[in-house]
Design a protein around this ligand. Structure first.
Ligand SMILES: [Zn+2]
Length: 511
């Protein structure tokens, strides 16, 4: 997610200042250790294990019909679920995030955000699960967790490691009047985190964390999708998928999208959209906008950042990418191949619009392709994304511009929050529920996280630092990585032990 600085200023207006604190410059002690895990050939790291394995992915087939007057969607979802764990499983858990929109107590917004999210007043949104079936018949299920946001499906027989099963879910979705990831506003219908998505099963068990109001509380594997939505003809639909066909069915359009190897599937629809498009490196880039003069700028920012990140990190593997103006009050939100951008940004400061679009585009690499647990290790994708945004400025406009933006958006915001006493505890690497509020989260995860990466770059030198980012992307694209994985790559590429510097920045209270 990208948070608008306008929101930051608005939020801290009433808090009390405290004396500013000079940011400590970390002096690092490099422990030179030889790690013989990999070959270094002509200065390039060669990973023998990089040969991609053929893996079974979950498959989602969703058919949805949108009813305009009621703002509901009736849907069926067929999941071909693969047991990727090493144990037999008897149940499969799904996140059913829309249920948290049922009451003001569980919506994923901080209290002061509720009026911004529901500008026409609160009304509930939710998902009703009508039935869950296997190929043999009905399956029993339970709806559990905070805000009833977890669906537990009991399988009719144990699923062995590597085996697949088909689960059919019928549901009805009530879309709330919320300007967030899931909801409708005056211009758009935002379908982010809208369908039952399989929870992650790892060594620690099922990851069933609730929908936190801070950060982007998501964690998923890449999967293949076929999504069909039937909607009034006046609507244009942008989505994570590639449009396969658009048929006229009884006066409505039936849009069929398909996409492989993405970790989520979002859609956004509007009956006011205009579209401009362009190409870079064989990627079709689209900007969905309203009556705005900044449409060209949004397209150019997306296109130029894709081109720059392709060179720095490695090639974006999909054929298209869309930037969609949306009724979204928190700046921007990233989904695979599609980002939502607050439509108000198009009528405000072009510099901020560019920054937000580049940030969300950088997420295509960090979170989209290289995934991570955004609840436990939010910094890993957000700080890399924020730092990548700086790299866009450095590559497009030169170092001076990057330094200026770094001072304003990174050091400036971090110091501002310290000044206003918003940072209670300097630890960056902590669970979303352990952050005091979204200001502390922003200051640490985005700003201090980017400061750490700048420091790491200075310490390792440009060649090693950028090599490490390339290797990290190559090794973990379509997978999930951890802080430990990222550190190991940096250690291998630099041939140094980096635990001290990582711990110092990410874990220490640092007072
Ligand atoms: Zn972000």
């Amino acid at each position: 997610m990208g948070i608008s600085p306008f929101k930051i200023i608005k939020k801290i207006k009433d808090t009390k200042p405290r004396k500013s604190i000079v940011i400590a410059i970390i002096v690092m002690i490099g422990l030179f250790t030889t790690i013989n895990l990999l070959k270094i050939k002509d200065g390039i790291i060669v990973f023998n294990e990089l040969i991609p394995k053929v893996e079974s992915l979950n498959e989602y087939e969703i058919e949805a019909t949108f009813y305009e007057d009621e703002k509901i969607i009736e849907g069926t979802e067929k999941i071909t679920y693969v047991n990727k764990s090493s144990n037999n499983i008897k149940s499969v858990y799904f996140h059913i995030y829309p249920n948290v929109f049922k009451s003001k107590e569980t919506v994923p917004f901080e209290e002061e955000e509720i009026d911004l999210a529901y500008i026409d007043g609160f009304e509930p949104g939710y998902i009703d699960i009508a039935s869950v079936k296997s190929t043999k018949g009905d399956l029993s299920f339970l709806i559990i967790g905070k805000g009833n946001s977890v669906l537990k499906v009991n399988l009719d027989e144990e699923l062995e490691p590597g085996d697949k099963t088909k689960i059919y879910i019928d549901f009805m979705l009530k879309i709330p009047p919320s300007n967030g990831r899931f909801g409708f506003g005056r211009n758009t219908i935002n379908l982010g985190n809208w369908y039952p998505i399989a929870a992650m099963l790892d060594e620690s068990g099922w990851n069933l964390e609730p929908y936190h109001p801070i950060g982007d509380p998501f964690f998923s594997d890449v999967a293949n999708y076929r999504v069909i939505i039937t909607i009034d003809q006046s609507y244009v639909v942008a989505s994570t998928g590639d449009l396969i066909k658009k048929e006229n069915i009884g006066g409505k359009y039936r849009w069929t999208f398909e996409v492989k190897k993405v970790r989520d599937f979002a859609m956004i629809a509007s009956n006011k959209y205009k579209i401009i498009e362009d190409e870079i490196d064989d990627i079709l880039v689209r900007s969905y906008y309203f009556e705005d003069e900044s449409a060209e700028l949004s397209l150019k920012a997306a296109k130029d950042s894709l081109g720059i990140f392709n060179k720095i990190f490695g090639k974006y593997p999909y054929r298209h990418f869309s930037v969609a103006a949306s009724d979204f009050f928190i700046g921007g939100m990233e989904y695979p191949k599609l980002v939502f951008i607050d439509e108000g940004m198009y009528r405000g400061n072009d510099e901020i619009l560019e920054y937000i679009i580049v940030h969300e585009t950088a997420h295509q690499w960090w979170y989209g392709l290289v995934g991570n647990n955004e609840i436990e290790e939010a910094w890993l994708d957000e700080a890399l994304t924020e730092y990548s945004t700086l790299l866009y400025y450095e590559n497009k406009y030169g170092e001076d511009r990057k330094d200026k933006i770094y001072k304003k958006m990174i050091l400036g915001v971090y110091n501002l929050y310290r000044h206003f006493n918003e940072i209670e505890n300097e630890t960056i690497l902590k669970s979303l529920g352990d952050f005091k509020n979204s200001r502390e989260y922003q200051a640490l995860v985005y700003c201090k996280g980017a400061m750490f990466l700048q420091c790491l770059r200075e310490e390792l030198g440009d060649e090693i630092f950028f090599n490490a980012l390339k290797v990290y992307f190559d090794k973990y694209k379509y997978k999930n990585a951890t802080t430990e994985d990222f550190m190991k790559i940096c250690e291998i590429v630099s041939d140094r032990e980096l635990k001290d510097i990582f711990d110092k920045w990410l874990k220490d209270v640092n007072e």
